[in-house]
Design a protein around this ligand. Structure first.
Ligand SMILES: [Zn+2]
Ligand SMILES: [Zn+2]
Length: 139
């Protein structure tokens, strides 16, 4: 198991004033395959020792079917990918279906699925019960 590629250490990337050089560090991590070279996510578990794309970015490029990505929207026509955050399509960050369009002129729908959350109903107040013990509950 010792043929693993060692991780890049941030200590090795310092500027002259001894502060961390995050740009150089990130670049080294990309070259070492620790983070995706497209979206720069760090869902890569083991360094690959070379530039590497995460599963999401691979699918965006290779999968001809419907694709889900944490970061990019893909045009169904020309395949262009973009980060909705940088295009200011902020409504794409809300749950549900949204209209989007590509610079190639293709209009399409994007479906957003924000992370799951459980919404429980409000607490039921007992009738004729004791005074609510607010002092205990609050801080
Ligand atoms: Zn990626
Ligand atoms: Zn397009």
């Amino acid at each position: 198991m010792d043929n693993r590629v060692p991780r890049v250490k941030s200590e090795d990337y310092k500027k002259e004033d001894d502060s961390e050089d995050w740009t150089a560090y990130r670049k080294a991590r990309i070259e070492n395959g620790e983070i995706c070279h497209v979206c720069q996510c760090d869902f890569i578990i083991f360094p690959k020792g070379r530039k590497w794309k995460c599963g999401d970015c691979k699918r965006l490029e290779e999968d001809q079917g419907e694709v889900t990505s944490r970061k990019f929207v893909r045009c169904p026509k020309c395949g262009l990918q973009w980060d909705p955050y940088h295009s200011e399509e902020y409504d794409l960050f809300e749950d549900g279906d949204h209209d989007s369009s590509c610079e190639c002129g293709c209009d399409f729908r994007v479906s957003t699925n924000v992370t799951h959350a459980f919404t429980s109903p409000p607490r039921i107040q007992e009738e004729g019960g004791k005074e609510p013990e607010e002092d205990e509950a609050e801080e």
